[in-house]
Write a protein that binds this ligand. Structure first.
Ligand code: IFM
Length: 453
């Protein structure tokens, strides 16, 4: 079995990473604005003030998407652009920007896939505690309502939050992302609990108020163990490793997905974290978190190869010297796109969309005026072939969004890491589709058949 005839081929980006114009037309600040100004926080002292200037170039960017043949575009809405202080007064100019984007996408026959939260939390609400404050649930519901009321006559595909694993662990634990806090596990589980409740409240708002029948999911990190061989014992070890919590941090799948999909936190995590780091669950919280989803959106870039130890548990295998890596120095592990969605589908039984996958590469405009990125083509081809295997294995996988449409602001790495199918010259804003963009168009046009040469 291979990609179904209605398999969705898209690309993704997020507001703070591409829009720029962070204070234009009445937009409020997000936590990334001061974070980027902290000495040493972001590579080269870069920031999102201009980024790809997508705010002023959206027509050009949608034309490029059309040229690429995208069927869908995943983007996020900047909360402080729309609600400058997070709640209360709405910024009409902010909403109007997304009106223009959505209308341009629809005119180009590209389906808008809207993520409500991709990390640019309003600074004004962070100053009131951010995700640590239980009120953040109501704040996010208010924002969700503004967005759903405005756009659900044209948008029907929704993702609530992007990668809570990252914005909680790295934003509230390690301090390497905004807001840059270094808190203990107890505070992280508190912030996480509120973010999960906010997710649930957002789903409720979408279901209650959307004008077009909504399809609702989220976009979370897929932490994947990959079996070293196809032996049943190695596969089972990888399954366990992908779904167990064995270290006292929030870098896993089940701490997030079990409450959201099954209505309870996983026992192994509760036991390992202990009462001191237990989430502050009040009556009704888990019901709020546990809203029905229509799909499981997952972002997968890499995986950890494992074999079974004597007890059938996962034993990590060291990558041999010289194993392929991205420019970011992430391991290249194509089978993560087979086993990750497969294990998630088995456990949660929801249709899967790959909401992000892609490669950071050292790309530049060559003397011939083109951008040659054979590594990105090879990476994506290998990963998509593995995704096809997951479909053959029986996993219900409905779509793939390449990360990213454009080279963009890669958070703490600034503009150093280029993930785009389209090269951006950050000094001039000039866009140049890379060889991978042409290649991806062929994959889309052939519905994946061109993967086989
Ligand atoms: O750029 C990020 C994105 O914002 C979230 N997922 C991973 C990407 C690459 O690091």
């Amino acid at each position: 079995m291979t990609f179904s005839s209605n398999f969705l081929w898209g690309a993704a980006a997020s507001s703070y990473q591409i829009e720029g114009a962070t204070t234009a037309d009445g937009a409020g600040l997000s936590i990334f604005d001061p974070f980027c100004r902290r000495p040493g926080a972001v590579f080269g002292g870069h920031n999102g003030d201009v980024a790809c200037d997508h705010y002023h170039r959206l027509d050009e960017d949608v034309a490029l998407m059309k040229q690429l043949g995208l069927r869908a575009y995943r983007f996020s809405v900047s909360w402080p652009r729309v609600l400058p202080t997070g709640i209360g007064k709405v910024n009409e100019a902010g909403l109007a920007f997304y009106d223009r984007l959505i209308d341009a996408l629809l005119a180009a026959n590209i389906e808008p896939w809207l993520t409500l939260f991709h990390w640019d939390y309003p600074l004004a609400l962070y100053n009131r505690g951010g995700w640590l404050n239980r009120e953040s649930v109501a704040w996010f519901a208010e924002f969700s309502q503004v967005i759903v009321d405005r756009f659900s006559d044209r948008v029907s595909k929704w993702m609530t939050i992007n990668e809570p694993q990252v914005f909680i662990k790295f934003g509230y634990g390690d301090g390497t992302l905004a807001p840059g806090l270094k808190l203990g596990l107890d505070e992280q589980t508190r912030a996480c609990h509120h973010a999960l409740m906010a997710h649930g409240a957002c789903v409720q708002v979408i279901r209650a108020r959307a004008k077009l029948p909504p399809t609702v999911g989220w976009a979370v990190v897929g932490r994947v163990d990959v079996p070293a061989t196809d032996s049943p014992t190695d596969i089972e070890a990888a399954r366990r490793g992908s779904m167990n919590i064995t270290q006292p941090d929030l870098w896993n799948n089940t701490w997030y997905a079990d409450p959201v999909i099954a209505g309870h936190y996983p026992e192994d995590g509760l036991k390992l974290f202990g009462p001191a780091a237990a989430p502050p669950v009040e009556r009704g919280d888990l019901q709020l978190i546990n809203q029905k989803l229509d799909f499981y959106g997952v972002n997968i870039y890499d995986g950890r190869p494992v074999k079974a130890d004597a007890n059938g548990n996962p034993e990590p295998i060291t990558f041999p010297p010289g194993s392929p890596q991205t420019a970011f120095r992430w391991w290249i592990v194509p089978p993560s796109l087979r086993w990750g969605p497969r294990f998630l589908f088995e456990r949660y039984k929801l249709p899967i969309y790959i909401t992000e996958n892609g490669l950071s590469n050292i790309d530049w405009v060559s003397l011939d005026g083109k951008v040659h990125d054979p590594q990105r083509i090879d990476y994506t081809q290998r990963y998509l072939l593995e995704l096809e295997r997951a479909i053959s294995d029986g996993a219900d996988i409905r779509g793939y969004f390449h990360w990213s449409l454009l080279d963009n602001f890669e958070w703490a790495a600034g503009y150093k890491e280029r993930f785009g199918l389209i090269h951006v010259d950050f000094a001039t804003g000039t866009r140049t589709p890379k060889d991978s963009a042409t290649w991806y168009r062929g994959i889309i046009e052939s519905n994946g058949r061109a993967l086989h040469g």
